[in-house]
Design a binder for this molecule. Structure first.
Ligand code: DHB
Ligand code: FE
Length: 282
C-alpha cells in the first residue's frame, strides 16, 4: 500500500527561485545565510526517506488559472507538468514527472468524499510549485520523484476556509493510504508565512502569529482550523492566507507526527519565510 512518510512546507517566493542556482555563493551572504542554512537537513531527510511521489499542495498565481476561471480546488492528472515564464525573471525549471494513475485514484476518492475538484490533464505549474521543488531537490534533481499537483485558490475571494482545507488534506491522506501500490509519498504545502504584497498594508508581517502557527501546526492543528479565512487574512496578510496550503498538508498526515526541523526568518523579499519538516507516524 502507499504510505505518507512525511510532510514538508516552505515559502515559495520568486526571489528564492532566482537565488537557488547561486546558493553555493549566497549561503555566505548575510541576506541569504539565515534562509539557505536551514535547507541541508531537510534535503538530508529526503535523501534518507527517498520518496517515490510528492503530492504538492500549492497555489497558482496566474500562470495556469486566471481571474476569469478560478477553481477552488484543482488537481493535475497529467504525465508531465511544465513551468513557463511568469514574468518574475526567474529561470524556467525542467518539467516535472506526473503519476496519472495515482492522480486519478486521488480524484476518484476525493469526489466520493464530496470534494468536487477540477481535474487538469494539462497544467502549467508556477513558482508556488517549482520553487519548493528546486529548494528541496538541489540542482533540480527531482527527476525521479513523480508529482501530483494540488492547487488551492488563494488569489480571488471567496477563498476556502482553513477548516475546509484541513479536511481536504484529510481526504487526500485517506486517498493516498488506500492506493494499492507500494509507494512512499511526501506531501508538500507551499507558500506563507505572513506577507501582504499590495494595498495599504503592503509589507505587513506578523512574527507573533507566524511563530504560533509554526508551533501549533505540529501537534494541535485543529486550533488553527478555528480561524475564519478573513481572520487569517487579518493576522497573516492578504497573501499570508497561503497558510491554508500548510493546513491542507497537515491534514494529510496522520494525527501523530514528529517534528524533524523548522526554521523561521524575516524577511526574503516581502515575506516571512517558514520551513517545516514533519515525519508521519508509521
Ligand atoms: C512574494 C511572495 C509570494 O508568496 C509570492 O507568491 C510572490 C512574491 C514576495 O515576497 O516577493
Ligand atoms: Fe505566493
Amino acid at each position: 500500500m502507499a504510505r505518507i512518510v512525511g510532510g514538508l512546507t516552505t515559502s515559495h517566493i520568486p526571489a528564492i527561485g532566482n537565488a537557488v542556482p547561486r546558493e553555493k555563493e549566497l549561503v555566505n551572504d548575510p541576506y541569504w545565510k539565515p534562509f539557505f542554512a536551514a535547507y541541508p537537513p531537510a534535503r538530508a531527510w529526503l535523501e534518507k526517506v527517498k520518496p517515490d511521489v510528492a503530492v504538492v499542495i500549492y497555489n497558482d498565481h496566474g500562470l495556469n488559472f486566471f481571474l476569469d476561471k478560478m477553481p477552488t480546488f484543482a488537481i493535475g492528472a497529467a504525465a508531465e507538468y511544465k513551468n513557463a515564464d511568469e514574468g518574475w525573471g526567474i529561470p524556467t525549471t525542467p518539467p516535472f514527472k506526473g503519476d496519472p494513475e495515482l492522480s486519478w485514484h486521488i480524484i476518484e476518492s476525493l469526489v466520493h468524499d464530496e470534494f468536487d475538484v477540477t481535474t487538469c490533464q494539462e497544467m502549467l505549474v508556477d513558482h508556488g510549485f517549482t520553487v519548493p521543488m528546486s529548494l528541496f531537490w538541489k540542482n533540480n534533481t527531482y527527476g525521479n520523484v513523480r508529482t501530483v499537483p494540488v492547487c488551492i485558490n488563494t488569489v480571488q475571494h471567496p477563498l476556502p476556509s482553513p477548516l475546509r482545507c484541513f479536511k481536504l488534506g484529510q481526504a487526500i491522506g485517506r486517498a493516498i493510504e488506500s492506493y494499492p501500490k507500494d509507494l512512499k509519498v511526501v506531501v508538500l504545502g507551499t507558500g506563507g508565512m505572513s506577507h501582504q504584497l499590495d494595498g495599504e498594508r503592503a509589507g505587513f508581517i506578523n512574527k507573533k502569529f507566524d511563530l504560533m502557527c509554526l508551533d501549533k501546526i505540529v501537534n494541535e492543528p485543529e486550533v488553527l482550523t478555528r480561524y475564519s479565512i478573513h481572520e487569517l487574512v487579518r493576522e497573516a496578510g492578504a497573501q499570508g492566507a497561503e497558510f491554508i496550503l500548510w493546513l491542507a498538508m497537515r491534514g494529510a498526515l496522520s494525527g501523530k507526527v514528529t517534528k524533524i526541523l523548522s526554521n523561521y526568518h524575516i524577511a526574503v523579499s516581502n515575506t516571512a519565510t517558514g520551513l517545516l519538516v514533519l515525519e508521519n507516524a508509521a
